[in-house]
Design a protein around this ligand. Structure first.
Ligand SMILES: Cc1ncc(COP(=O)(O)O)c(C=O)c1O
Length: 363
């Protein structure tokens, strides 16, 4: 190995770079974003406020106003909230203040790839409990891993990207009762589940909840996420967050989004939930496809044709999905985000075409 790489940690060199294919499609259902786009009223108000502010000055050291608005939005104390440049940044920050060489991280896979990646970079020892065959959380195995592996941090994604499964409060409580470590719940998609583990923080001060503005809040391009925890934990995590992490425009956009959430975004969330259920039924009706019920704004679909081929065929028709067949247990699956009604109709008609053309042929 070239000597200029000698000082890079071995665990990092072994890690495969986290990447996303740069393909583009007119119908973009590969990243679980809000398909309806940022509401015009929100955009216009953000731009109006931007013209009134000083771009040449640093933004707030920490986004105080956003934090206060989030506190009332979540019915929580501002001291227990940390705002990040996307929730990714906060996941990294939590692991940075808790994981060093030899510390233990418990996850369940397949899940969002970032947990393993960041924990590995930090030198953590990772134990991964496979999902059950039905692609839901294996609570018994997680509980026994808590006993034997004694994790410093347990990270659970709920609803889980990519399978859409959740951890119920009573199961999460059992995990929290059993562990002395921190438990992080990634709730990037909680709006589509219409439930949250947040209220458990009052009983379990070792529980940390992550959320994002990138999905239901339709703000992925501006990178805003937040963490909810007891103030003592929030204070410690803040020590690894860079000052001025949230730029002026992102701060303003987050404020406006919170002010207009009920009027502008909640109806879209409701529509996405309805569309998800319709999409599930339509996918199920196609021979060769088996969608999995999901609590997120996406679902994985088991396919009798190789997911790679489905991906290519859809891309030819200007539809961009996510091939998740490289994830453990998901060799036969692709993932779609719930789109607008017309996007979902286009997806279904494209899939009907693809699956009727190939039915009867040997794969
Ligand atoms: C489970 C999960 N957590 C976090 C994120 C990233 O969120 P953010 O854009 O806030 O960094 C995603 C985005 O795909 C996700 O699926």
């Amino acid at each position: 190995l070239a000597s200029h790489l000698d000082k890079i940690k071995e665990s990092v060199r072994k890690l495969r770079a986290y990447s996303l294919k740069p393909d583009r499609g007119a119908i973009k259902i590969n990243q679980n974003e809000n398909p309806f786009g940022t509401p015009e009223r929100i955009k216009r108000e953000v731009l109006a406020r931007m013209t009134q502010r000083s771009w040449e000055r640093y933004p707030d050291f920490i986004p105080t106003v956003v934090r206060e608005k989030l506190a009332s939005f979540c019915d929580w104390t501002p001291e227990g909230i940390v705002v990040g440049n996307g929730s990714n940044e906060l996941i990294q920050s939590l692991l940075m203040v808790s994981i060093t060489e030899g510390r233990r991280v418990l996850i369940s896979e397949p899940t969002f790839a970032l947990y393993r990646q960041v924990a590995t970079v930090l030198g953590g020892e990772i134990k991964s409990i496979p999902l059950k065959e039905d692609l839901t959380y294996d609570i018994d195995e997680l509980l026994s891993a808590v006993e034997t592996f004694r994790p410093d941090v347990t990270i659970i994604c709920s609803p889980n990207n990519p399978t859409g499964c959740v951890i119920e409060d009573q199961d999460l409580s059992r995990l929290l009762d059993a562990t002395t470590g921190l438990v992080a719940i990634d709730e990037a998609y909680y709006e589509f589940r219409q439930a949250s583990a947040k209220s458990l923080i009052a009983r379990y001060p070792n529980l940390v909840v992550f959320r994002t503005f990138s999905k239901a809040m339709a703000l992925a391009g501006l990178r805003v996420g937040y963490l909810i925890a007891v103030p003592e934990i929030a204070t410690e995590v803040s020590k690894s967050v860079l000052p001025y992490n949230l730029n002026l425009m992102s701060q303003i956009a987050a404020e406006v989004t919170l002010e207009m959430y009920t009027e502008e975004l909640l109806p879209l969330v409701d529509m996405i939930i309805k569309e998800r259920d319709l999409l599930y039924e339509s996918l199920k009706a196609i021979t060769g496809l088996e969608p999995l019920k999901s609590s997120g704004n996406f679902m994985v679909v088991r396919s009798s044709i190789s997911p790679k081929r489905v991906y290519d065929e859809l891309l030819n028709r200007d539809i961009l999905i996510r091939d998740v067949s490289g994830y453990p247990m998901l060799q036969d699956y692709f993932r779609v985000s719930v789109g607008t009604p017309s996007e979902n109709a286009s997806l279904i008609s494209a899939l009907k075409e693809i699956f009727s053309e190939t039915s009867g042929r040997i794969q």
